[in-house]
Design a protein around this ligand. Structure first.
Ligand code: SF4
Length: 428
């Protein structure tokens, strides 16, 4: 039996697709590269923006065409396209055999068992595991309690539920055993990890416990809501060499009125103070951010406040996006999407151009330095991997270096990546 998984969206979706793939493999499925060859197709979807939802609908049309020619094929759909109530989805997409909510891996497993294999066999199969790459994702907290006014995630992924440290450590150990050298802890807001556990815990405690695992060389985590960044977490990052020097702190807007309408829970001044604290605690910390332009009612002055914030804070990476109204969210219900598309595009390009200049300056400053790169794989004849600051580095070498930590001397830089030559290799 053959299976095909199509994934778009965030790292959480990628992690969950990895787990679904591991489950399918453990039940004897071979993974194939196209839906046309598959007996089971899984679509892991995203609706965070209209463009993502359009892709999902296009893919549903595509697999429906394949299914009319191959009626035995089963189709399952997960991710944020699937809300709490699937009655409407069942009516609109009758060719889909199973809808299951994001993160509901057991639901998928049970469905698979219900028609593919003997139930007893299924129940004895180990918990879903992703096929282990060098850098492996491990979700630690599902859902979100924040309700930012533009965001559909809390309605689709539900409220925050933390996984126990025991379960996370066991998964990490399994991944290390099968070749992972870096663990990326995932959550919509990893900063609130553990508040719902009994006894309560937090991300810093989890980092200390993970850093004791032998064979693990790096730990990353994302995303960190700025309002929940704790001093104990900064202390843990500063004190644990295994934890990467990189945080993702979404700013979303540099104007107080817009931040309030977004329900972000901090002001521009709060955010600036936080960045100063982070840089004081961990001076070599790389900071990435997300920014939305063209939020309803955003004036030219309010946009300029965001622009200035990006210019002053000099982030290492900025993921900017134009506001896209999502039905079911507070912003969509309360505000008119009144910034014209051409204005959103102009603002988006202005931010991208500004940030490309900043990244070019930051990366050029690294030419001539030597930096550790954890090698993840090969693309177009070159090895690639990331530094502790999450910078992408390419280099050529004839040896098999996948999974090795290579010291690379940086020779050229662009805003998006660095190129160099290997100086030494540390084998694990
Ligand atoms: S913190 Fe805000 S933007 Fe992030 S997932 Fe939660 S509601 Fe969405």
């Amino acid at each position: 039996m053959k299976a095909y998984i199509w994934t778009i969206g965030c790292q959480m979706n990628r992690a969950e697709s990895g787990a679904l793939g591991g489950d399918l493999q453990s039940l004897g499925f071979e993974t194939v590269r196209t839906a046309r060859e598959a007996d089971i197709v899984v679509l892991n979807t995203c609706v965070v923006r209209q463009s993502a939802e359009d892709k999902v609908r296009g893919m549903l049309g595509f697999v429906s065409g394949i299914k009319s020619a191959r009626p035995h094929m089963r189709i399952a759909v997960t991710g944020c396209f699937v809300g709490q109530d699937v009655k409407e989805l069942n009516r609109d997409f009758p060719f889909v055999d199973h809808f299951f909510g994001p993160g509901r891996l057991q639901d998928f497993h049970d469905w698979l068992c219900s028609f593919v294999l003997e139930r007893d066999y299924c129940l004895s199969v180990r918990a879903p595991q992703q096929a282990s790459p060098v850098s492996a994702y491990v979700p630690i907290i599902q859902g979100c309690n924040n309700f930012c006014s533009y965001c559909i995630v809390p309605y689709r992924r539900g409220r925050e539920i933390s996984r126990s440290a025991r379960e996370i450590l066991a998964e990490a150990e399994g991944l290390i055993e099968s070749g992972a050298r870096e663990i990326v802890l995932l959550g919509q807001n990893v900063n609130t990890y553990g508040h719902d556990l009994s006894p309560a815990s937090d991300l810093s405690e989890l980092l200390y416990r993970l850093s004791d695992l032998s064979g693990l060389h790096r730990i990353r985590f994302l995303t960190n809501h700025p309002k929940d960044m704790s001093p104990s977490l900064l202390q843990a990052i500063a004190g644990l060499p295994i934890v990467c020097r990189h945080v993702c702190l979404p700013l979303q807007a540099g104007d107080d009125e817009v931040l309030k309408k977004m329900n972000r829970g901090y002001t521009r001044d709060d955010y600036f103070a936080l960045v100063a604290r982070v840089r004081q605690a961990v001076p070599d910390m790389a900071i990435s951010t997300d920014l939305i332009v063209g939020f309803p009612g955003e004036t030219e002055q309010q946009f300029n406040n965001s622009y200035e914030a990006i210019r002053m804070l000099r982030f290492d990476t900025v993921h900017a996006a134009a506001y896209s109204p999502r039905p079911g969210t507070a912003a969509c219900a309360k505000f008119v999407d009144d910034v014209p598309p051409e204005v959103k595009l102009r603002r988006l390009h202005a931010i991208e151009e500004l940030q490309a200049g900043i990244q070019s300056e930051i990366n050029s400053g690294l030419i001539g330095t030597t930096t550790g790169v954890l090698v993840e794989g090969k693309k177009a004849g070159k090895w690639y991997g990331r530094t502790v600051s999450d910078r992408l580095v390419f280099f050529k070498d004839g040896r098999d270096l996948k999974g090795q930590l290579v010291e690379v001397e940086i020779q050229t830089a662009s805003p998006w990546a660095l190129q160099g030559t290997p100086a030494s290799v540390r084998s694990f």
